[in-house]
Design a protein around this ligand. Structure first.
Ligand SMILES: [Zn+2]
Length: 444
């Protein structure tokens, strides 16, 4: 109410000015000079679509020539001007009317490779996004175990995002598993209706399931049944079951590590199977020997032969295969004195399935003639750019064929009961001789 009382005063002031102004205004002017020409001005209005910036418009004299410049943001491209047919980022205008221009940009579609690099798919991290999705019937103890082991693996190999361990059980107990995989559009193209159809699929992921948006997860799918009898080894004792389970965790996570450096390329189609499997076996045993004493579930397992995946120490396994190749020990399956490492071991389709306990020695030999760091890390750094064999040649100086010949000769020479040469199976802190955190993948 109080404010209203000011209004009459203000009005009075305004009205009282008017007579003065009128009085001061000239009433009669004699022009003695040429009048200033009236300058017409126009407005240049410049706007911008999402994805970039543009120089300002404004008010300018008629006939002014101006250049406006559009600049796209990173990831966008300039596509043209609304208001002009010009296609250059610099648009020169002669202003003779009010004019309107909008700089137009569009998102440059990202390649899968660029997207993977952008999200750090191939870089180890301190706190990676990793998950375990387990059926409701899976005991909490098993879940805790996974994270305990995974934490050790992360500190050794490096933490890679989007690693997903899946443990399914009956359909009714696995709704969260189903929801998660549907969310990730897992194997959407093939389609699946029940968890049984998932089977045991490790390592898998959406990067290699088309069509549609690839989802950059590495997924390890297991059934709870598998954990009750890990590796189908029928080990009665709990510490042996845990050992088999932990070996699987290490082995599969190593496969995830191997694949990451290949980004949008498929490692399985380029690297030889003997190396993919051999390096995973070689690593899992080195890691287990370094870390077993930290895991309470493994107590009672103290000897190297109990801790490796073969039930034999790495050295014993090596000697045994040497004896087999030299014809003084009975062969194992199809591996006997007439068996040679050849290019058949380069693909999952043509390899001999009896080699799974043997290819570890091939990679150990590779580590021996180069170094564990080269055999497990450096060879991957150049794989994307050079192809795996190109990288292999660069780091060993040998073609695959030359390497196979050397290896076959090595296994057939010298006393098979001598210890493996130094540098084949190294004990101690893995990161001291092969620092996985230091991987520098080259991508052109
Ligand atoms: Zn494997």
């Amino acid at each position: 109410m109080k404010k209203l009382s000011f209004i009459p005063i203000l009005l009075f002031v305004l009205f009282s000015c008017s007579p003065d102004e009128e009085r001061q205004a000239p009433t009669n002017t004699v022009q003695t000079t040429t009048p200033e020409p009236v300058v017409v001005q126009y407005t240049l209005t410049v706007t911008v679509s999402e994805g970039g910036s543009v120089t300002d418009g404004g008010i300018f004299d008629d006939g002014t020539e101006l250049t406006i410049t559009a600049t796209p943001d990173e990831g966008y491209a300039f596509v043209g001007w609304e208001g002009s047919t010009a296609t250059e980022e610099n648009l020169t205008i002669t202003l003779n009317s009010n004019q309107d221009y909008q700089a137009l940009f569009e998102l440059i579609p990202q390649t899968l490779k660029d997207r993977l690099i952008e999200i750090g798919y191939n870089l180890p991290k301190e706190n990676p996004k990793q998950e375990l999705i387990a059926a409701s019937s899976v005991p909490q103890e098993l879940i805790n175990d996974f994270f305990e082991v995974q934490s050790s693996l992360n500190s050794t190999i490096g933490g890679y995002d989007n690693y997903l361990m899946v443990i399914w059980d009956t359909n009714e107990n696995s709704q969260n598993v189903i929801d998660k995989l549907k969310d990730l559009r897992f194997n959407e193209s093939e389609g699946w209706a029940s968890v049984e159809e998932l089977g045991l699929s490790c390592l898998t992921g959406n990067l290699w399931y088309g069509p549609g948006e690839p989802d950059e997860h590495d997924i390890c799918i297991n059934s709870y049944e598998w954990f009750l009898n890990p590796q189908f080894n029928n080990h009665p004792q709990q510490n042996q079951k845990s050992l088999d389970t932990y070996h699987m965790y290490a082995h599969e996570y190593f496969h995830a590590y191997q694949g990451r450096s290949y980004l949008d390329k498929n490692l399985n189609e380029d690297a030889p199977t003997w190396w993919i499997e051999g390096a995973a076996l070689y690593f899992q045993n080195l890691w287990m020997l370094q870390n077993y004493s930290k895991f309470s579930k493994l107590s009672g397992l103290n000897y190297e032969r109990e801790l490796t995946n073969n039930g034999r120490s790495q050295a014993e396994n090596y000697k045994s295969f040497k004896r087999i190749f030299q014809g003084i020990e009975e062969g194992r399956g199809s591996i006997n004195e007439n068996w040679y490492l050849t290019s058949l071991e380069e693909s999952y389709q043509t390899r001999d399935n009896n080699t799974q306990t043997f290819v570890e020695i091939v990679v150990a030999y590779l580590a021996y003639i180069t170094s564990p760091k080269i055999a497990m890390i450096k060879i991957l750094e150049d794989g994307y750019d050079l192809g795996f064999e190109g990288s292999f040649v660069k780091h060993t100086g040998l073609t695959y064929q030359e390497f196979y010949e050397d290896f076959n000769n090595f296994m057939r020479s010298e006393n098979p009961n001598s210890d493996p040469p130094l540098g084949m199976f190294i004990k101690g802190d893995i990161n001291e001789y092969a620092d996985f955190w230091d991987i520098k993948v080259k991508t052109q």
